[in-house]
Design a protein. Structure first.
Length: 387
């Protein structure tokens, strides 16, 4: 990949003098969905697929961007003197947002850059291609200009840029999973205080299979911010009777005893998901640590059902992928991953069942939905690096 991106950089920007090559992963969340903005737990891991970038400094303030994933857009130009989001700036609003966020945090970017990207994560698929670009940009700025920022700070800056520059009220999960990724480990993160532990993903005789629905999802256009608001409303109502800072502080019993105060059937279901999903995530990690992969799979299934029925973020494409997956012998668990409304599912599949899984789920999905799904047998990888 290094050769491919360098060759393209030379073609697009003239030569590769002083250009360096970087990588940041994508992520998949194993369990703990829509809990990160509710002060709950998440359990994602970084992948070995992600975004490759080539970058070099310029003498002036100009920014020139080129993506091999959007070649039809050609070179998109901007300037450090104009770090504002524009619709026509398209994907470059993500790296620009990070440059703006560095400035807001007292690290003004001193000169322009030529930047080329090439991602092998399917875009808009729920594997965090945008957070990958954000963390990659932060890593590039740190490397090119010598800013002293930790990987955890890169995650926070990425989230800040997405919230304030790109207008998506996302939680910290994606940027954290990418910036803090560790080979063969998932990250058990408490989003209330950012305490985390690594948990080895040693799935004896099974693999993580991602099924991409090919239904595109744009977080900004989706109902993501609406769900977040519904949870905040439910929390505010619960706070009139309970001394809590977030839904993540509640166990199932305390929630059920007090849920009526929320006063709105839809918001009760949204909050129920957030509370139960958080508890499920804690139990799932305990199960995995105890080598009880079967229980982990059952909790994954319960997670999907709650996202479908209570949180209502799945849709026919993701539900079909999950229903078809669960029909295959050797599937330990299957659920949607990421924000939902399209994107991907994650399944734990026994090695001997993987071929049949891809064939059966692929065939039945195409028959029911009318277009094909894509499948990726993935490995868990490290955070950002310079190649
Ligand atoms: C998106 C957001 C995350 C998280 C998930 C849902 O990926 O970026 O912060 O809220 O959705 O779990």
């Amino acid at each position: 990949m290094k050769d491919i991106v360098l060759a393209k950089f030379a073609e697009v920007f003239g030569d590769t003098k002083e250009a360096k090559v970087y990588f940041a992963p994508g992520r998949v969340n194993l369990i703990g969905e829509h809990t990160d903005y509710n002060g709950g737990h998440v359990f994602p891991c970084a992948l070995t697929i992600g975004t490759y970038g080539v970058a070099r400094k310029r003498e002036d303030n100009k920014l020139r961007f080129y993506s091999m994933n959007f070649e039809q857009l050609g070179i998109i130009e901007s300037s450090l003197d104009d770090l504002k989001p524009y619709k026509e700036a398209d994907w470059t609003n993500y790296p620009k947002g990070v440059m703006w966020a560095f400035g807001e945090k007292g690290m003004k970017v001193p000169s322009g850059m030529d930047i080329l990207l090439n991602g092998n994560i399917p875009n808009g698929s729920g594997l965090s291609s945008s957070a990958s670009v954000e963390v990659l940009t932060g890593h590039i700025l740190r490397d090119l200009f010598g800013f002293e920022v930790s990987n955890q700070e890169l995650a926070l800056i990425g989230q800040f840029s997405e919230n304030k520059f790109n207008g998506v009220n996302c939680g910290i999960m994606d940027q954290f999973a990418i910036a803090m990724g560790k080979k063969d480990n998932a990250i058990f993160l408490d989003t209330a205080n950012l305490e985390f532990t690594y948990a080895p993903i040693m799935l004896e005789g099974a693999k993580i299979v991602i099924s991409c629905s090919n239904k595109k999802r744009g977080l900004g256009d989706s109902k993501y911010n609406e769900r977040r608001q519904e949870c905040e409303d439910a929390l505010a109502a619960l706070q009139t009777v309970l001394d809590i800072k977030s839904l993540g502080e509640l166990d199932e019993e305390t929630f059920e005893k007090n849920a009526a105060v929320i006063g709105d059937e839809v918001k009760i279901r949204r909050a129920r998901h957030a509370v139960y999903e958080n508890q499920r995530t804690v139990k799932a990690v305990e199960a995995l640590n105890a080598n009880n992969v079967e229980l982990f799979g059952k909790l994954m299934n319960a997670s999907h059902d709650s996202l479908r029925d209570d949180y209502e973020v799945t849709g026919i494409e993701l539900d079909t992928l999950v229903d078809e997956a669960r029909k295959v012998d050797g599937v330990i668990g299957s659920r949607m991953t990421g924000a939902g409304f399209g994107g991907c599912t994650v399944s734990l599949v026994k090695d001997e069942a993987i071929d049949e899984f891809i064939e059966q789920v692929g065939k039945n999905y195409k028959e029911k939905i009318g277009y094909a799904a894509d499948f990726y047998v993935v490995s868990v990888g490290d955070g950002p690096c310079t190649l």
